[in-house]
Design a protein around this ligand. Structure first.
Ligand code: GLU
Length: 279
């Protein structure tokens, strides 16, 4: 079987070292096994995605010495696929419209199962929802889980039991976007034949939802490899908000991207000791 991996950045900002690490890991996972490496731009969030960030992502990857197979795929051009998946779930009776505003949701979020706050189901079971009002669509998680039963996935060399209930009734279509991250990523990984999802452990929780959506939509199940995140000198994970240097800035001041990639491959940057969530 040919291994297929992907790097799937959202063009809502500039890439930093953590993104470079993630891209290299996904790239090398495929290429060292004779597989294919795909690039998907996750630009369904029309209000935050910017063409200049797309251009910078392509330039950053080339600068790091990474090439991808086939055409770059843009989620904004695949909305029909997500709408079809949404229709299917709606026909199964697993979705309900949600009219809550962001402020209402923020005030009502509860964390019954642990640290992840979940939507309390305010709009679930409304008798005659008025669909002329702005609304998103949420998955009735309890009904979805009851339909497919126990699920799990392979993560590296571990077997993980899926617990999607702990994620609550996640949003699958937003008021302002026709699909959510969860729906688009699940549909696309299957449509693109991704066999191995190599991504940061910050997306580990999302996999509970993705695994469930695969079962509901009869999609193939990839192998996941969640990797630890790079941390800065202060031990905090790299993120733009912590002032991580943008790859574009390093590129523009003439630094050598291939040597940077070699240092990342050699583990030349601080990393957390383990992957706590998996250990
Ligand atoms: N687009 C997501 C992000 O930039 C990553 C998607 C994924 O790897 O599943 O965080």
């Amino acid at each position: 079987m040919t291994i297929v991996t992907r790097f799937a950045p959202s063009p809502t900002g500039r890439l930093h070292l953590g993104h470079a690490d993630a891209a290299i890991r996904a790239h090398d996972h495929a290429r060292t096994r004779g597989g294919r490496f795909l690039l998907r731009i996750e630009d369904i969030d029309g209000t935050r995605s910017r063409p200049e960030h797309v251009a910078a992502i392509l330039a950053d990857l080339a600068w790091l010495g990474l090439s991808w197979d086939g055409e770059v795929v843009f989620q904004s051009q695949r909305l029909d696929l997500y709408a079809a998946a949404l229709d299917r779930l709606r026909d199964m009776g697993l979705l309900y419209p949600c009219f809550c505003t962001r402020a209402e949701i923020a005030g009502a979020m509860s964390a019954p199962h642990g640290p992840t706050p979940v939507y309390p189901g305010t709009c679930r079971g409304r008798p005659a929802p008025d669909l002329t009002r702005p609304h998103g669509w949420r998955l009735d998680m309890a009904a979805a889980v009851a339909r497919v039963g126990a699920l799990g996935w392979c993560d590296g060399d571990r077997r993980i039991a899926a617990d999607p209930l702990a994620q609550g009734d996640v949003v699958l279509a937003r008021k302002d976007a026709p699909a959510s991250y969860h729906l688009a990523v699940t549909v696309d990984d299957a449509a693109q034949g991704v066999t191995d999802v190599v991504r940061g452990v910050d997306l580990f929780e999302a996999t509970h939802v993705h695994r469930l959506l695969q079962a509901l939509l009869d999609l193939p199940v990839p192998h996941w490899h969640h990797h630890p995140l790079l941390v800065g000198a202060d031990g905090e994970r790299l993120a733009k908000r912590h002032g991580a240097p943008a790859l574009a800035a390093m590129r523009e001041r003439g630094e050598d991207g291939r040597s940077l990639a070699a240092r990342l491959r050699a583990g030349g940057f601080p990393k957390p000791a383990g992957v706590p969530i998996l250990s």
